[in-house]
Structure formats: C-alpha cells, structure tokens
Design a protein around this ligand. Structure first.
Ligand code: ATP
Ligand code: MG
Length: 369
C-alpha cells in the first residue's frame, strides 16, 4: 500500500497543497503549528472516513472556507487509484469519489488506503481514559471491516438520539414512549460491534504479546482482556445471544438512565484491560512499561493489517519517535524497514537521513528533498 501524491484544498490550515511522496520513509519537517499533523490527518481521512482530531467534520475545513478537498493517488492491490473527498460547510453531505466515480457511502472507499497512525497520545493510551482505547479499536475496524463502519455510524446516530430523549423526556414525557424502539435497535447494532471487537481483540492480544515479549527480552508477559457490557457472558457468542444480554442490561438500568438523563448501557462504554504479568498495567505499570506496551500494541496493529489485507499499511508516525529514548527508537525503526512510512518531526536530526524530506511552513510546502 502506497500513497504517491496528495493534494489538499482548504483543508485545516492548507489553502492549497500538492505533494509527491516516496515508497519508503517520508519525513514531514517543520516548526510547531505549521501543519504537519494536519497533513497526516488528511491522509487518515481518506483511509478511515474520519478526522482523527476532529469531533465534527466542519473542523476540517479551513476557517471561513465553503468546502475542503482531499485528493490522493494511491497504489494498492496492484492498481493505481485516485481517491477524492469533498467536504462542505453547513449541512450538505460530503462527496466521495474513487477514480472519478461518486460513491454512495464511505464503504466504496474503504480498504483502498489503509493506515496505522501512531501519535504521542497513543503512548499513554494504556493509562488514559477508555475513550482513547475505543478509538484505537474503531480506527482499525472501520478500515478492515465495512460492516463495522456501517454499524458504528448507525450506533452513534442512535445513541445521539437516545441521549436527547433521556435529556428531554421530563419536559416532553411522551418522548420516553419511543425508548424501547431505540433500545432494541441499539442492542441489535451493539451486538454487531461487540462481535467484531471481540475477534479483533483476540488477534491483537496474541500479536501484542509477541512483540512485547521480544521487546522486553522475554521477561514480561502481556495480555489484553476485553471489557464490555457486564451481562455478556461470552463476547464471542452469536449475535442473537449478545442482543439478549444487552437488552437485559438495558432493562436493569432503565430507571437509572431516566433519572440521570444519560445512556448508561451499551458498547459505547467498552474498554480493554492490559495485564502485565498478572498485574493491571493501568493501575501499576511504570512509565517505561506503559510505553513499551503501547509500542507493541501499535506494531501488532500494523501486522494484523498486513495479514488481513495482504499489504503493508501506510504507517503514520506523528511526533512519536522524538518522544522515545534511543533503545525504543531503534526497536521501532528496526521493525518498520518495510512499507511506506510518514514521520513528522520538528528538527533536523538523526532522523533526517532516513528518507525523503518535505518541509512544511504555515500550511505550505516550502521544500522537497
Ligand atoms: P506541532 O509540531 O506542534 O505538532 P504541527 O505542525 O503538527 O505542530 P498542526 O497541528 O498540523 O501543527 O497545525 C496546527 C495549525 O493548524 C494551528 O496553527 C491551527 O490553528 C491550524 N488549524 C487547525 N485547524 C484549522 C482549520 N480548520 N483552519 C485553519 N487553520 C487550522
Ligand atoms: Mg503535530
């Protein structure tokens, strides 16, 4: 998998960008706040259909712009393809094109550019809140499984609707009559998400453990454990069973939801535990252990993508190498000798010799070497 060219128009702080990239290592160099991460976010947008820092799509448009455009020339599955996304201010839905042909939904673009993103927040992902760990799962599964992307989009829409009902039902009591209908659909779609997550976490568990063992010189054993709705006896059970268990949980928490005005039940609260030699990393892991585990997790993600799609995903390393000590930097650099990599960094240092350099300044490309 390769990204050969990228063009942006009114995306984040880029009025206009046209850049070409090499198949190996691409260094994106520039001072703080010049647009390095924005460039990676544009690449991510074409692979996941979402901006990784944006809560709302409108944030991706350059301030004051009516529309934004991201266009890329990618090579994958032995073919060159042109991917294009046009985003609009206001309510007009985005438009997605593959080879000039308009797609009905992101499903038409899914899998054509696969990426694994690694940024400094990911180094803390095993210590931070559950939302960050869910984002990690969502990001991977949205690229690998079209069914997951569809289910997640529907789930989030239903959840937003249900949240509004729970907030407003006191003022408009008849609203609560519609809750059972929402709960049923949430249970159906939630069961789909849980099934996918359980399978993916199994693979991630096996693969992360291998990297971590190698990384820690065989000293530490690491395990990932899926935590989902508490009534679920087995997340690998069939959809109908999962659905039944979710409905049971919903029923038990209905009163509490009405009283608190919040959605308290469902896979939007999912998480996974990381256990290191039988001890919870989240509570007891040292900073070094946490970082090592996070790196193992990311390398595992990349390997799963490779096994699943038959191609090396494009690796996006946002500022992460400069955060690591020399030993960990070397471990990562040794593991990523194949495939295409984008690395952002601020200074010209030892990384500069790794590959082609694109210098970014104020949302413009000023140099290509
Ligand atoms: P750092 O080295 O600090 O990580 P960076 O080069 O990665 O910096 P980015 O995060 O890519 O920086 O770019 C940040 C700049 O982009 C900020 O100055 C921010 O104000 C600007 N920016 C973000 N969103 C938009 C937007 N929608 N329109 C215009 N400018 C934006
Ligand atoms: Mg940045």
């Amino acid at each position: 998998m390769r990204l050969d060219r990228l063009s942006l128009r009114d995306f984040r702080n880029y009025a206009q960008l046209d850049a070409a990239f090499v198949p190996g290592v691409n260094l994106i160099l520039g001072d703080n706040a010049q647009g390095k991460t924005n460039l990676l976010e544009a690449i991510c947008y074409l692979s996941t259909g979402r901006g990784f820092r944006a809560r709302k799509e409108a944030e991706l448009l350059r301030f004051g712009a009516d529309f934004a455009e991201v266009q890329a020339q990618v090579h994958g599955q032995d073919r060159d393809r042109e991917l294009r996304a046009v985003l609009f201010a206001g309510k007009k839905p985005r438009q997605l094109f593959v080879g000039g042909v308009k797609q009905k939904s992101f499903a038409g673009m899914q899998g054509l550019l696969t990426t694994v993103l690694f940024c400094p927040e990911d180094l803390l992902v095993l210590k931070s809140g559950a939302a960050q760990r869910r984002r990690l799962l969502d990001n991977a599964l949205c690229q690998l499984r079209p069914g997951y992307d569809r289910a997640l989009t529907e789930y989030n829409r239903l959840l937003e609707h249900k949240s509004r009902i729970l907030k407003d039902w006191r003022a408009y009591p008849s609203l609560s009559d519609t809750l059972p209908e929402f709960n049923l659909r949430l249970a159906q779609v939630g069961a789909i998400l849980i099934g996918y997550r359980a399978n993916y976490l199994d693979k991630l568990d096996r693969c992360t453990a291998q990297y971590h063992r190698a990384f820690s010189g065989g000293k530490e054993a690491l395990r990932l454990q899926y935590k989902t709705v508490s009534t679920i006896a087995d997340p690998h059970a069939c959809r109908a069973e999962l659905e039944g268990w979710i409905l049971e949980h919903q029923q038990a928490h209905l009163q509490a939801e009405l009283e608190s005005g919040q959605c308290l039940t469902g896979p939007h609260k999912d998480d996974f535990d990381v256990v290191l030699d039988d001890i919870s990393l989240k509570s007891f892991g040292s900073q070094g252990q946490t970082r090592t585990a996070a790196i193992s997790l990311k390398l595992a993600e990349r390997e799963i993508f490779r096994d699943d799609t038959g191609e090396e995903p494009v690796l996006l390393l946002d500022d992460v190498l400069s955060e690591l000590d020399a030993r960990r930097q070397d471990f990562v650099l040794n593991q990523i000798k194949t495939g295409q990599v984008f690395i952002t960094c601020c200074e010209k240092d030892k990384l500069t010799n790794l590959g082609a350099v694109t210098v970014i300044e104020g949302g413009r490309k000023v140099k290509e070497e």
